[in-house]
Ligand binder design. Structure first.
Ligand code: ADP
Ligand code: GLC
Length: 482
């Protein structure tokens, strides 16, 4: 498995959660896998028990060889290999600098990672049945296998699988980077790696991979339609049965309110007292009025257009004027949203708490201590936060898009069933009224609210089923290969 992120080593979003969990779930099913990651300078080698194993390793990029070193750690029985190459991975962030400017050499950095991962298989004598790439960062693996390694004794039989966690990030770079990638110029055509005169990593991956998937069935459907396909719908449709959705799982070993060590108190569905403690502590943490009876709306998110937080921003004043609610917000990203939500806390002391940044422990407090969790995404390939929220008894308020629609069951006011509150139109007033619906359920139909919490906590999105589905996809890829 080739990836740019993996929990517990490097994470900016859900990709890391998936790559940290799927190999372990595959192992439970009797499959052997290994993960290849960059050795970012932010990774704590000592704490995470990462040891050097191989040096030097030569990786051909274009007409030059880069020399790197390889390190290794054990992730609950799964070997994880780290490519050490200071020139590319000794940086402030994974993809961009502190001012959110993408590094200018990202094409080179991640093409190098990808080639290094393939080279590592050869140096280790590890003969994979499947090379599984994630997102644009490692998508070129499929192209390298087809173009260069088709007759290789180690890699020649490997089938390639590409998982798309987000179709909007395609890895589009100027043609001047092409020579360094070390692919043949006759592959730089509009039916393969080229798009509008530029290199498109993800498109190349889709074209060359033996099988492709995305992270929910609904997002797979959406991306096959021109409007949701980010320009790549024809190529996704071209895969036929070899492009589908496999819902992400949740790693309940890590995300379980009964055992979560980050929480001030633990709880389960049979005894929710700990959840009330989490709520009180969250109110203290954010300087909110300490009241068990006012619902808290939680947000934990990257602040990017995809997440639709501008819709929330547009309705916050009206929301806070017309409803007795509190807001607990954690996230970072686009500066205008950071300013807005930071300023909101200052304008509504005791009612709104905001922390700008990335904070694992606080993200879990918010998930546990809130009553509702807001995700107004414009699009959402899968979404993990709503899945975690369900297990923590915090009812999601979501826009019915992508994986959010697949994982949340709409509240049925007649029978008091459902696991959350969905709206369809991507506008602030739809969000406002849906929050109003949730809040009125809290105040006016507490029995329904309690029944929904029970139903939410009983949902099972464990990896077992999804991992078995990946095994079927691997078999499909192998069949397509031969
Ligand atoms: P995406 O990958 O698009 O960001 P997901 O819902 O799949 O969305 O996954 C997001 C993951 O990143 C979750 O594990 C979430 O808790 C975590 N996360 C996002 N923002 C923060 C933050 N500011 N602090 C801590 N964790 C965060
Ligand atoms: C992406 C998507 C998110 C998904 C995650 C893991 O970051 O935005 O919806 O859950 O990948 O697959």
């Amino acid at each position: 498995m080739l990836s740019s992120e993996c929990v517990p080593y490097a994470k900016t979003g859900g990709l890391a959660d998936v790559v940290g969990a799927l190999p372990k779930a595959l192992r439970q099913l009797g499959h052997q896998s290994m993960v290849v990651l960059p050795l970012y300078s932010s990774i704590d080698r000592v704490r995470l028990k990462i040891e050097p194993v191989l040096s030097p390793m030569g990786v051909w990029m274009g007409d030059r060889q880069e020399w790197c070193a390889v390190h290794r750690a054990d992730m609950d029985g799964v070997p994880v290999y780290f490519i050490e190459f200071e020139q590319y991975f000794n940086r402030w962030g994974l993809y961009h600098d502190a001012a959110f400017r993408d590094y200018a050499d990202n094409a080179r950095r991640f093409a190098f990672l990808t080639r290094a991962g393939l080279q590592l298989c050869k140096d280790l004598g590890f003969k994979p049945d499947i090379v599984h790439a994630h997102d644009w960062q490692t998508a070129l693996a499929a192209a390298y296998l087809k173009v260069w390694h088709w007759d290789d004794p180690i890699l020649g039989q490997a089938a390639s699988v590409l998982t798309i966690h987000n179709l909007a990030y395609q890895g589009v770079y100027p043609a001047t980077d092409f020579a360094y990638l070390g692919l043949r110029w006759d592959n730089f055509t509009p039916d393969k790696l080229e798009a509008h005169g530029a290199i498109n990593f993800l498109k190349g991956g889709i074209v060359y991979a033996d099988a492709v998937n995305t992270v929910s069935p609904n997002y797979a459907r959406e991306t096959k339609a021109p409007a949701g396909g980010c320009g790549l719908a024809p190529f996704l449709n071209g895969k036929g049965e070899r492009y589908r959705g496999i819902l992400n799982g949740a790693d309940y070993q890590s995300w379980d309110p009964a055992h979560d060590l980050h929480l001030p108190a633990n709880y389960d569905a049979a005894d929710l007292n700990g959840k009330a403690v989490c709520k009180r502590k969250l109110q203290q943490r954010f300087g909110l009025a300490e009241s068990p009876r006012v619902p808290i709306l939680g947000v934990v998110s990257r602040f990017v257009g995809q997440k639709g937080l501008d819709l929330l921003a547009a309705t916050c004043d009206e929301l806070l004027r017309s409803m007795q609610v509190q807001l607990a917000i954690l996230g970072s990203g686009e500066k205008d949203l950071e300013h807005y939500f930071g300023g909101l806390a200052a304008r509504y002391p005791g009612r709104v708490g905001t922390h700008i940044g990335y904070d694992e422990a606080l993200s879990r407090w918010i998930t546990a201590g809130s009553d509702f969790f807001i995700m107004p995404s414009r699009y959402e390939p899968c979404g993990l936060n709503q899945i975690y929220s369900l297990r923590y008894g915090t009812l999601p308020i979501v826009r019915a898009t992508g994986g959010l629609d697949d994982t949340i069951q709409q509240y049925d006011e007649t029978h008091g069933t459902g696991t959350g509150f969905k709206f369809w139109d991507p506008n602030a007033s739809a969000l406002y009224y849906t929050i109003g619906w949730a809040v009125s359920t809290y105040y006016d139909r507490p029995a329904h609210h309690q029944a929904m919490i029970q139903q939410a906590m009983a949902q099972d999105f464990s990896w077992e089923r999804s991992a078995a589905d990946y095994v079927r996809l691997y078999e499909q890829a192998r069949a397509a290969r031969t």
